[in-house]
Every structure is written in structure tokens, then in C-alpha cells.
Design a protein around this ligand. Sequence first.
Ligand SMILES: Nc1ncnc2c1ncn2[C@@H]1O[C@H](COP(=O)(O)OP(=O)(O)O)[C@@H](O)[C@H]1O
Ligand SMILES: O=P(O)(O)O[C@H]1O[C@H](CO)[C@@H](O[C@H]2O[C@H](CO)[C@@H](O)[C@H](O)[C@H]2O)[C@H](O)[C@H]1O
Length: 454
Amino acid sequence: MSADTADDHVEHSLREFLGRARWFGGKGRELEVTDVQRLGVVGPPDATEPRVVVHLVEVTYSDGDTELYQVPLAFYAEPQDRLDHAVVGQWTEDGMGQVLAYDATHDRAAMARYLEAFGEEADGELTFRRMQGHDLDLTAPGTLFSGEQSNSSIAFGEDAILKVFRKITPGENPDITTHKVLTEAGSTHIANLYGWVESGDLHLAMLQQFLRTASDGWDIALASVRDLFAEADLHAEEVGGDFAAEAARLGTALKEVHEQLRISFPTGTASAVDIVEGMKGRLHAAVEIVPDLQQYVEGVVAVFDAVDDLGEIPVQRIHGDLHLGQTLRTVLGWKLVDFEGEPAKPLSERLLPDAPWRDVAGMTRSFDYAPHAVAESMPEDDPDVIAQRAHRADEWARRNRKAFLSAYCGELAETDRTLLTAYVLDKAVYECVYEARNRPTWLPIPLAAFPRMI
Ligand SMILES: Nc1ncnc2c1ncn2[C@@H]1O[C@H](COP(=O)(O)OP(=O)(O)O)[C@@H](O)[C@H]1O
Ligand SMILES: O=P(O)(O)O[C@H]1O[C@H](CO)[C@@H](O[C@H]2O[C@H](CO)[C@@H](O)[C@H](O)[C@H]2O)[C@H](O)[C@H]1O
């Protein structure tokens, strides 16, 4: 094979692989792999098999957009039956001859290399950084998480979890930098940062405390709603699975995280007029994707316009995409995870200080989603039962929103209420686009929120 043909073959194999990968954000779009960089070897260059090489793959879509994806590959000379499900391709590698390439995140032997590299704080083409104060278990076996994720997470025994970022934007990754600051400040509401991997100005992976026994806030909320729906004659506060005390603890956790972020990152103000302009821009763009939103535009714009007179709004570093699925309940209280911000926003925007109300709005929307997601999963024809469930769903959402908000900030001032309502609508607009693109059967959940709010 000539060099060109060999490169074409690698690009073709990677394109097929990306198309199958659950974390790949460009599914369904026409694309080419236009560049493949080998960023570096994980572990000693002369290590025995597997040879683990981090690749950075540039994809170019038919509309000209480009994106970078990280693909760590484990190379073997012979087929590895245990990794049949993770094969990427077969080609010739410099110094190795013919190799089989596998997605390294599925390979325990390859992931052991990562852990060893943290032990040595290897400083080669790839830099492995460690935070002080944690005695990392360098022998723990790695297990890939199986959930629907936009990145790939590997748990190491009971100690640590490594999140390998897939879509890469050059520059700071706020998941790492926010966790670093909160860990150094001793925040009790996050999983501590243990380390990270970088290459030049690229942040490639984050190692943090594994909250092994924690329960996902979304799952706990759904169980609470199911308890309520199972008891036709009881109110939310009367059923065993009442969530309000947890909602209040979540409000306190968010308040304390926001306070710390205000101390540790730059703060400032943003003009209400600019905030409203951004919200209206997102609304009009969303209507193009979700035409059903058109009927609510006038009402939503009226709510946004009420923000125009609020002058300068305090802004700071925030979570950016907070919802119940980003909260974990441990025996020591609630932890917030995933400080990357909304996946669809460009990095430059995600790094800008923003109003903390955006996080409050995210949780508010989640309290609305949970009961409606449960109702959605219980097909029903009887209009009385449907109406009764809708009533109880609203009661659950109202109760938990109230508990969360009063723990977060006490009684809301009128101006804060105006601002929060606008942020909640802005989030619902975002959700309509998210659902239309990712889970069209759930689009009715955010859509149904509009008539209740405007
Ligand atoms: N430190 C942790 N310990 C245990 N589970 C975690 C930890 N961080 C995240 N998770 C869980 O891993 C899954 C994905 O985490 P997340 O950070 O949201 O990844 P992604 O950016 O890929 O969506 C979620 O189910 C989350 O609850
Ligand atoms: O967790 P991600 O950072 O990938 O966030 C995206 O996906 C979320 C869904 O997994 C989505 O959240 C929406 O659905 C949740 C229920 O599954 C609900 O609790 C949230 O309130 C709702 O926004 C999130 O918006 C999206 O960015």
C-alpha cells in the first residue's frame, strides 16, 4: 500500500468507527475524516503490548463545519477476542508493522497504562497532572461505564473515575478547571479532582473521586413520582418517597457551590438588554428547528421583554447545564457533576461568566421533567386519569421547586422572579431543540411547559 492509500484506509476506518460510537455528536450528518494526528503514546514508548496511542481526529461536515474528536487506540499485533466489540480497524503502524486497532477505553490493559502514567506524572507528548493529597490506587482495574454519555468514563476499582473527553476544543475545559478550584477550596458538593491529562493547549481527560455508592438524583426523583402516582388519594407530602427534603438539600448545595465560584473566579455584570437579545436569538433559531414553538413566541417574547428594564445583572462562573441527572446523592450529601456546560454551546461561550439563575432554571425545569417523564411512560386513555395525573405532576413539581428555591435564596424578590422566569423559558427553548434532535418522543415534555408559564 502507498502512504496515501494507507492514510485513506485509517481515515476510512475511523469514519466508520465514529459513525457507530454512541458519544459521537455528528451522527446522521454527512462527513469526512480530514485529518488524523497522533498526539502521543500513553506510558513508556518501549512498553509491551498494548501500545496505546491517543489520536485526534478532525471531521469535516458537508456544510464545511469541522470538529475534533479524541480516539485513544490500543494496538495489538494479534486479534484480541475479548475486544471484538471495540475493533476500529487493521492497518500498518510505523515501527509495529501490521496492527489491529481497538478503542482503548474498552481495554483494561490499555486503561492500566493511563493509571500508571498518573503514578509517574509522565511529562512527554502527553502530560499527566496530579492534585496533591490523594493516594491514588495505581493497581485498580478499569471498567468502562455503559450509560448514554457524551464522553467515555472509566471507573478504577472503588477509587477513581477517568473521564476521557471525546469532542475536543482547544483551550481550557471548564469541567477540569472548575473542579480544580472547588477541590482546592474544599467544597463538599463535588467529587474531588485527582488529576487530568493534557497535550499542549488540549485538555484530554479528567481523573476524579469515584462516588461508587451514590444514587443519581434523576432516578431518585422518578422513584418519588412513581410513589405519588401509586397513591391515588395522597398528596406529595404524604407519600413515603416525598422528595422535598432532598430538593431543599440540593438548593443548599447549589447555593454553597455558587458562593465558592463567586470567590474563586472573576465576577461582573451583563446588561439585561444583551441577555434578552441572546434569549430572543435562541428562541428564533429554535423555531426553525421546532416549528411547534411558533405558537408561543409572542408570549415568550413578552416575558423576555420584562427583563429589559433590569439594568445590570450579576454574572459569575456557574455549572451551565444543571439538571437532576447531574446530581449524585451520597451518604455525605449531594454532589454536582459535569461542569462542562451545555454540550451544544461553543467553548468560548461556555467559559463566559453567566447569571447563576441559569443553574436555578435548569433544576426548575428538571422538577417539571421528572413527573411528566413518568406520566409519559404510563400510557392511559381515560381522560379523567390523564387530568388527575397532570394535576399531581404539577403538584410534585411545584412542591419541589419551592423547597429547592427557598433553600437556595429564601423569598424571591420580584426582579429575581422576572429574571428566573425568563431563564426557565430560555432553558425550555433549549430543551425543545435538544429533544427534537436526540429524543423526539420526549419533545412534548418541554413543549407542554410553555402554556403553563406564559
Ligand atoms: N465522580 C463520579 N462518581 C460516580 N459516578 C459519576 C461521577 N461523575 C459522573 N458520574 C456518573 O457518570 C455518568 C456520566 O457523567 P457525566 O459527567 O455527566 O458524563 P458526560 O459528560 O459524558 O455526560 C452519570 O451517570 C454520572 O452520574
Ligand atoms: O447530561 P448532558 O450534559 O448530556 O445534558 C443534556 O442531556 C440531558 C438529558 O440527558 C438534558 O436534560 C433534559 O432531560 C433531563 C431528563 O433526562 C431533565 O432532567 C432535564 O431537566 C432536561 O433539560 C440536558 O438538557 C442536555 O443538555
